[in-house]
Write a protein that binds this ligand. Structure first.
Ligand code: SF4
Ligand code: SF4
Ligand code: FES
Length: 334
């Protein structure tokens, strides 16, 4: 028998709710998610919580514990003193669906507006080669588990619903930086896009996002600040300034968006405000269970990004280790 500890858990939905008090058994080595599961099993079977891996890798169990954004499965109960009340609330920045589950579709809508990786023309799938030093630079950003704790923490949107239209948030800034630093990405307007369409300028480098990242990604130092510096470099480049004098600003912005602009920051079909429309669950069969088609598929996963006809390992004659040269930038474009 473990210790009996005091918890306050937010219960409710988009129409409102309140903190409820519970006393729950806690055993040595347990994390907050263990306690929530015991609460579900013994006292509150309808308590809603999102989780999947219980290993800090799926990013599902994001919540606020004593006011701090954290992963429930990675927060040890030994963090708190025995007499301390542990208060568990849903992420504040996103609309509540029920109890501890929030609607994080804001992040997916923003991700859909991000121009995709653009490999150089003429380089066939399977021929991409990168130097190890370049791999390591973007590797840090690829560790992101999309827990959205950074998005939840950022003050630009945390208490300012109106800013959500114009601001993509730190998770998307690291994606922009990753692609901008990618030696095989042929787009040259990532910085301008981040500034004009993703609201990079709203960020005032408070580093709160970095502090809560469970993957210890240096969001501010390694992604946001370099991107801001690149925006400034480009803006005050003498050739760019000359170009600005020659061309009208609206012409430049038209070219800069290159068809990928969200057009006034609107994201088609997105709604981050409750109650419309309610998120839909996955389709289930007549027995109320999830379709097993995916499990029964003969494919282990989605199509290969290299093309389904590419065999690995590649035959030696199709390997080459030359770095593609970046296309020459035309200063008159900026
Ligand atoms: S550093 Fe920028 S993105 Fe990160 S929390 Fe602060 S304002 Fe938001
Ligand atoms: S950058 Fe860190 S905090 Fe933000 S979504 Fe990714 S893992 Fe979570
Ligand atoms: S359950 Fe997957 S990160 Fe917590």
């Amino acid at each position: 028998m473990g210790d009996m500890r005091h918890f306050r858990v937010w219960r409710g939905d988009e129409t409102g709710g309140a903190l409820e008090d519970f006393t729950v058994e806690v055993n040595e080595g347990e994390v907050v998610l263990d306690v929530i599961h015991r609460l579900q099993a013994e006292q509150a079977p309808d308590l809603a919580v999102r989780w999947n891996c219980k290993a800090g890798k799926c990013g599902s169990c994001s919540m606020e514990i004593n006011g701090r954004p954290r992963l429930g499965c990675m927060t040890r109960m030994s963090t708190f003193s025995g007499a301390e009340t542990v208060t568990i609330t849903p992420l504040r920045t996103f609309p509540v669906i029920r109890d501890l589950v929030t609607d994080v579709s804001f992040n997916y809508a923003k991700a859909r507006t991000m121009p995709a990786f653009a490999p150089p023309a003429g380089l066939a799938p399977g021929e991409y080669r990168m130097a190890q030093v370049d791999v390591e630079r973007s590797q840090e950003f690829r560790k992101c588990i999309e827990c959205f704790l950074c998005q939840n923490t950022c003050h630009v949107v945390r208490d300012h619903e109106d800013n959500k239209l114009a601001f993509a948030g730190p998770r998307l800034f690291i994606r922009a930086a990753e692609l901008d630093m990618h030696p095989l990405d042929a787009r040259t307007d990532r910085k301008e896009y981040a500034q004009a369409d993703q609201g990079l300028g709203y960020c005032n480098i408070t580093k709160c996002c970095t502090e809560v990242c469970p993957e210890h990604i240096k969001i501010t130092d390694n992604a946001i600040i370099p991107m801001k510096e690149r925006v400034v470099d480009r803006r005050y480049d003498p050739l760019v300034r000359l170009g600005r004098r020659i061309f009208r600003r609206d012409q430049l912005e038209g070219q800069m968006g290159n068809g990928s602009s969200t057009g006034g920051h609107e994201v088609a079909g997105a709604s981050w405000h409750r109650p419309e429309p309610a998120p839909q669950g996955p389709p289930v069969g007549p027995d109320g269970r999830l379709d097993i088609a995916e499990l029964a598929s003969d494919r282990a996963a989605a199509s290969s990004p290299f093309g389904d006809d590419v065999q690995f390992p590649l035959p030696p004659e199709s390997l080459h280790y030359e770095h593609p040269t970046a296309p020459e930038e035309d200063p008159e474009e900026h």
